[in-house]
Design a protein around this ligand. Structure first.
Ligand code: MG
Length: 159
């Protein structure tokens, strides 16, 4: 197969006394995402899209959240590890497209940094990495600022 496509989705809860890290960028905010790792919901969705494209399961299987090795883990490092699987399978990233669903904070000032960090971790050009942000108009758990969600799709091509 020359092309393979994958989708990823993730949610993390917003709590006090946690950093907010999205796409490897630390974003100043009053609350942050709760999780075993750094809870970078955007990078998690992206990793699941890459693994999904290769039918290699998900990051929960690859980096179990009951494994102390991944406590506080930098998700960018985990993305680099996922990319080793992509390359080992004989594929390269054609492009990825991600959407973060967050009511607050405004993410526009950080989009460029997120794209750069994700592209560097994947070893691709910034123009192969799209990151978008939207609110859900005050609706649901993202609208209530209880959590942040992220979707990602990845297209891989045979290297
Ligand atoms: Mg996650």
């Amino acid at each position: 197969m020359n092309f393979r496509i994958g989708h990823g989705y993730d949610v993390h809860k917003l709590v006090e006394d946690r950093k907010l890290i999205l796409g490897g960028a630390e974003i100043p905010h009053t609350v942050g995402l709760l999780g075993h790792s750094d809870a970078d919901v955007l990078t998690h969705a992206l990793m699941d899209a890459l693994l999904g494209a290769l039918a290699l399961g998900d990051i929960g299987q690859m980096f179990p959240d009951n494994d102390p090795a991944y406590e506080g883990a930098d998700s960018i490092r985990l993305l680099e590890a996922v990319m080793e699987h992509v390359r080992a399978a004989g594929y390269a990233v054609s492009n990825v497209d991600c959407t973060v669903l967050a009511q607050a904070p405004k993410l526009k000032p950080y989009i460029a940094q997120m794209r750069e960090r994700l592209a560097a971790a994947m070893g691709v050009a910034v123009d192969q990495v799209s990151v978008k942000a939207t609110t859900e108009e005050g609706l649901g758990f993202t609208g209530a600022k209880e959590g942040i969600a992220a979707h990602a799709v990845a297209l891989l091509e045979r290297a």
